[in-house]
Design a protein around this ligand. Structure first.
Ligand SMILES: Cc1cc2nc3c(=O)[nH]c(=O)nc-3n(C[C@H](O)[C@H](O)[C@H](O)COP(=O)(O)O)c2cc1C
Length: 361
């Protein structure tokens, strides 16, 4: 039987040439003031064989740049820089969404531009350390609790960034609601202890995520907006909580009313983290009628199985695309895969970035 991964797919108003998605991956190559550059355009262009590329996490705000050298989308230089990538990917027949990632408390002030601050729903510090170019490994900062007015400003920053993304030629945007960054910090009661309308009940904790989705959809259209979620994730010091299943059930039901073009679920159990529970995945599939993307430790065989079983409509691959620009060709021909080099995941320059070999024609 033919592998379903190679079939075309209609995602909203765009046709994808296959059902594989390149998962968003931070690569820290935006060395000059977080401005995307030609090297990044080359990297994404090499991977335009994916049905859809989702870019690395890109900050909608100076406050959201937690890490060194991650790209931004909050000024005209960012638009100009990202246009190099969208032009390159489109010239090669690919489609590309920009992932909007506000890091919130997963940050260190040494990584932020001048005047920016580490903010979060509540002043709860993340355990663990992070890398800074200036001073190496450092403890996370204690974030400043956002005022209610600042929460609304942050929502407006997502809207502005989404509009800039369309201006830069992106086919859409993915709102990063996973992996312990700002949006998940609002979802989780350990990191969200707010007394206002954005904290407390399930409805209030989901309000930030849903407001971002709603307002971004109003600005650029539902066909251009997806959201990534990681139910039960423990990454970035996210703690387990009793109402997790109900929280994601409520989110799925409410997202189904707003109709973003996709929900992208990830499971990091293969990376030693907590699994995405099967019942939560199935509940979201049942209650959200739009496109569902699954990600986490897939290969071509497992992808086909999930697609054939109607567990998902699209499958995202992270490390396999990182190390194999021609991943689908390799899957089609049964060729072996290059292995990813972890030492160069986040280092500046071409090494481990644009120099992974493709198969001989
Ligand atoms: C180097 C690297 C950077 C990543 N950066 C991001 C990111 O910016 N945003 C995000 O949502 N996930 C990020 N992830 C997670 C991936 O999107 C994906 O969920 C994960 O690698 C599991 O998929 P895989 O088993 O196919 O690699 C990153 C993963 C890797 C390996």
């Amino acid at each position: 039987m033919k592998n379903k991964l190679f079939e075309e797919y209609q995602l909203g108003n765009i046709k994808l040439k296959n059902r594989s998605v390149m998962a968003p991956m931070t690569r820290s190559r935006a060395v000059d003031h977080n401005i995307p550059n030609q090297l990044m355009a080359e990297y994404y262009g090499q991977r335009a064989g994916a049905g859809l590329i989702v870019t690395e996490g890109t900050s909608p705000s100076p406050d959201g740049i937690g890490y060194p050298r991650i790209p931004g989308m909050f000024n005209k230089e960012h638009v100009k820089g990202w246009k190099l990538t969208t032009d390159e990917v489109h010239a090669k027949g690919g489609k590309i969404f920009l992932q909007l990632m506000h890091c919130g408390r997963i940050a260190h002030h040494l990584n932020l531009p001048e005047g920016a601050k580490v903010v979060a729903p509540s002043a709860v510090k993340a355990e663990g350390q992070m890398y800074t170019d200036a001073e190496g490994m450092k403890e996370h900062d204690v974030p400043k609790e956002m005022t209610t007015a600042q929460v609304f400003e942050a929502i407006a920053e997502y809207v502005d960034a989404a509009k800039l993304a369309v201006e830069a030629g992106f086919d859409g945007i993915e709102i990063h609601g996973a992996n312990g960054y700002l949006i998940e910090q609002f979802l989780n009661p350990h990191t969200n202890q707010r007394p206002d309308e954005f904290g407390g009940s399930i409805q209030n904790r989901c309000k930030f995520a849903l407001c971002v989705v709603k307002e971004v959809i109003e600005a650029i259209g539902a066909d251009k907006v997806g959201i990534r979620l990681s139910p039960n994730g423990a990454y970035n010091d996210m703690q387990a909580y009793d109402e997790m299943e109900e929280t994601y059930h409520y989110l799925a039901v409410e997202l189904n009313k707003l109709k973003p073009v996709y929900v992208h679920l990830l499971d990091h159990s293969a990376m030693g983290s907590t699994p995405l529970p099967k019942n939560v995945r199935e509940d979201i599939r049942k209650n959200f009628e739009g496109t569902l993307i699954l990600c986490g430790n897939f290969d071509d065989r497992k992808a086909n199985e999930a697609l054939q079983n109607d567990e998902a409509d699209l499958i995202a691959f992270g490390k396999p695309y990182l190390a194999n620009p021609d991943l689908l060709e390799r899957y089609k021909t049964g060729a072996g895969l290059n292995q990813p080099d972890m030492d160069t995941f986040y280092t500046p320059g071409e090494k481990g970035y644009t120099d992974y070999p493709v198969m001989a024609k």
